[in-house]
Write a protein that binds this ligand. Structure first.
Ligand SMILES: Cc1ncc(COP(=O)(O)O)c(C=O)c1O
Length: 484
């Protein structure tokens, strides 16, 4: 232990010796007193500040169970769900060097089901089990309307948990998603893309199929039961987000979440469960409790911005909310593809995309080759993010395609369309923030989900989408080819 008191600059004689002898002594005392008082005040106010910040974060940190980031290194995990989450954070060298910022990508394509949606599938099923809505190995069927990724994740997790899945998807998504679903043993129904107001829209159909499940697919106990069941009106969807149907007693099962009386027979009866990723809060929570805390730990809090696209809105709202709570000045930015209304919602407060008017749509839902993000309605999961999303960037198909090819060429990174879209927006934000900032985004899935469209040069040519890598160089240099 050093003897601090014996240090010369802490002693009055030391300072007296330095003081010019012809000057009076009193100002020296006043000066010394001022220095000591100033130091004391600034040190104690800094400590109070640090203490208050620690107090603010403590309850937030306590809410998150610690999950070791390097779980995959040397641990044996139990079952495939043990591989979900804890994905690495990758510094994308080419883009980081080009922008002078740290451009970091969360490698969600390394989840066992191949995308960020594994987290959501697991959380939706776990929450439903916890609420008593689903019971493993009971012959229950999970229904979902999805453009593919959530379906694949649900089918993967459902298999591991003892459920069947029925996936309703538009018929214009890349064919390899359907093939993967069939390999996983999911029941797949493909329908024409339609507006959400149409009862045949894929999400509406999934809800309908879940409600029908209990009444149509179970063997009838007796003729009387069958007649009674047929006479019963179609159960109206509950006001809650969750739709669960069971033949044991459709009405009773619909309200399981309310804690209504239920016997063992009812619990064991096969259920039709509508996962409802767009409106189900478990989606947001999967990211609030998983993706957000992981990014915070992986960056040690050295993060200036978070960028993500929105399909359901779960990723941007859940992750963004967590990060913003940890660091209120962090920028949360939306990456929005062509034809989606969310960009206008964030920038101008209204959902409107000029392309809707032009009548030149390649797809009915959102007019883009990018799959998984972009939507023209406000979902509950996106609404949860409205208070924390600061800005939005419009990304063209040509920009997303150029980015995907650039990353393969410079980094050996083979990514899907939404990841490329996120990185275009990240570059725009990097230019705005300036050098030296850290921007994190999501690498949602791999390019191998997109061979038939986004990664198919012939398809792009027919759709009139150029493959021009110089677009990325222009982006980095701030030579904007679009208006956003
Ligand atoms: C490949 C892909 N990327 C990104 C997203 C968007 O994520 P979120 O639904 O959390 O907004 C999706 C959603 O389905 C997706 O399939």
């Amino acid at each position: 232990m050093p003897d601090w008191a014996s240090l010369p600059w802490l002693s009055l004689p030391f300072w007296r010796a330095l003081w010019p002898p012809h000057l009076p002594r009193k100002p020296l005392h006043a000066l010394l007193l001022g220095i000591v008082a100033g130091l004391t005040i600034s040190l104690s106010s800094a400590s109070v500040g640090l203490y208050l910040e620690h107090r603010r974060r403590e309850p937030l940190l306590r809410r998150v169970p610690p999950r070791p980031i390097e779980i995959r290194k040397d641990e044996v995990v139990r079952g495939i769900t043990g591989l979900i989450g804890n994905t690495p954070l990758l510094r994308i060298e080419s883009l980081s060097e080009a922008t002078g910022c740290n451009i970091l990508g969360k490698c969600e394509f390394l989840n066992p089901g191949g995308s960020v949606k594994d987290r959501v599938a697991l959380k939706m099923i776990e929450d439903a089990e916890e609420q008593g809505l689903l019971h493993p190995n009971s012959g229950s069927m999970i229904f979902e309307g999805t453009v593919g990724s959530t379906g694949i994740s649900l089918a993967t997790v459902a298999r591991a948990r003892g459920y069947e899945t029925t996936i309703i998807m538009p018929d214009d998504v890349s064919t390899e998603k359907r093939q993967t679903l069939l390999c996983l043993g999911a029941h797949v129904e493909q329908v024409r893309p339609a507006s959400i107001v149409d009862q045949k829209q894929f999400v509406n159909l999934a809800r309908q199929r879940a409600l029908e499940f209990g009444r149509t697919t179970l063997p009838q106990k007796s003729l009387t039961d069958a007649a009674e069941a047929a006479a019963k009106p179609t159960p109206t969807p509950p006001t809650e987000d969750m739709v669960v149907a069971s033949q044991a007693s459709p009405t009773e099962a619909l309200h399981q979440a309310d804690g209504g009386a239920r016997g063992l027979a009812l619990e064991e009866a096969p259920r039709g469960f509508f996962a409802d990723q767009f409106e189900n809060r478990s989606n947001h929570d999967a990211h609030y409790l998983g993706t957000g805390p992981e990014i915070w730990r992986q960056t040690n809090g050295v993060i200036d911005a978070f960028v993500a696209g929105a399909g359901t809105g779960g990723t941007i709202s859940g992750t963004g909310q967590y990060l913003k709570e940890m660091k209120p000045e962090l920028v949360v930015a939306l990456a929005d593809p062509e034809g989606s209304g969310l960009y206008n919602k964030i920038r101008y407060g209204v959902m409107f995309d000029p392309k809707e008017k032009e009548g030149s749509k390649r797809r009915h839902q959102v007019d883009t080759v990018v799959e998984g993000i972009g939507i023209n309605r406000l979902t509950k999961n996106f609404e949860l993010g409205l208070p924390i999303i600061d800005t939005a960037y419009r990304v063209t198909d040509a920009e997303a395609v150029a980015m995907s090819r650039y990353l393969v060429k410079h980094d050996g990174l083979f990514l899907g369309s939404s990841s490329a879209c996120n990185l275009v927006a990240a570059i725009r934000l990097a230019r705005k923030l300036g050098k030296g900032h850290t921007i994190v985004t999501i690498l949602c899935d791999s390019g191998n989900r997109h061979y038939s469209k986004f990664w198919n040069d012939e398809y792009l040519k027919k759709a009139g989408i150029p493959i021009d890598l110089s677009i990325v160089a222009d982006l980095v240099d701030g030579r904007e080819r679009t208006t956003s």
